[in-house]
Write a protein that binds this ligand. Sequence first.
Ligand SMILES: [Zn+2]
Length: 278
Amino acid sequence: MTLATLDEVLRPAVAEGRAVGAFNIIQIEHAEAFVAAADRTGLPVVLQISQNTVGYHGALAPTALATKALAAAASARCVLQLDHALDESLIDEAVDLGFTAVMFDGSTLDDAANRDRTKAIVQRCHAAGVSVEAELGEIGGKEGAHAVGARTDPHDAMRFTEETGIDALAVAVGSSHAMTNRTAELDLELIRKIRKVVPVPLVLHGSSGVPDATLTDAVGAGMVKINIATHLNHVFTAALKDFIAANPSVVDTRKYLGAARRAVESEAARLLQLLALR
Ligand SMILES: [Zn+2]
């Protein structure tokens, strides 16, 4: 199946009151696991590669093209998204490589600069048939939307979305990135307020720290794209460590990476179903 844009996957989810899982790829095993999970459940998935991961590998194309090939062979609908990008040349490269979505992260820019740059990126990406996710910039000198304790103002969110023409908006409603325990509490009332005034699907970042029941509540309140990275890395690493502990003489990397891939596939499939409220 050809890759879907973010818009093509999120619009039906909004109509049906469910959410779509967005998972981050570092190793090729992540991409294999997430595509297998989507195929196994028959649910769409957003395959994300972050600017940080591009820094780790030293290039975008190798990981991106491998992921694209896996997605193209899938029966489920897959979106290939560049995640948390601020580097505009990287965004252009992603569009050239066939990504179907990008997230421009201007959260560290001041409000006016974020707005101008987001709007320009939307125009370029839409001309190429690529969806854009973005988030609000610094307001009143406060840290970006990802800071612990940050909250998105519904009116600011509405204005930003209308002025920039984005396809999805990342909002700050209580979660924060890279949590290794699942104890975050979300402001469900704020999600409902934002959903009422913002005309595009809402995205929850930092969902690794959010327990299952709260994720379900967040979907019920109106979140449509749920980004989960750290939690799946936790599952990956735990399976790898267990395998090595049980097989201390192992040297074939396929053995322990294979165990990690199996564990991540199962957990990704479980999460896709949880978010689809199945
Ligand atoms: Zn994020």
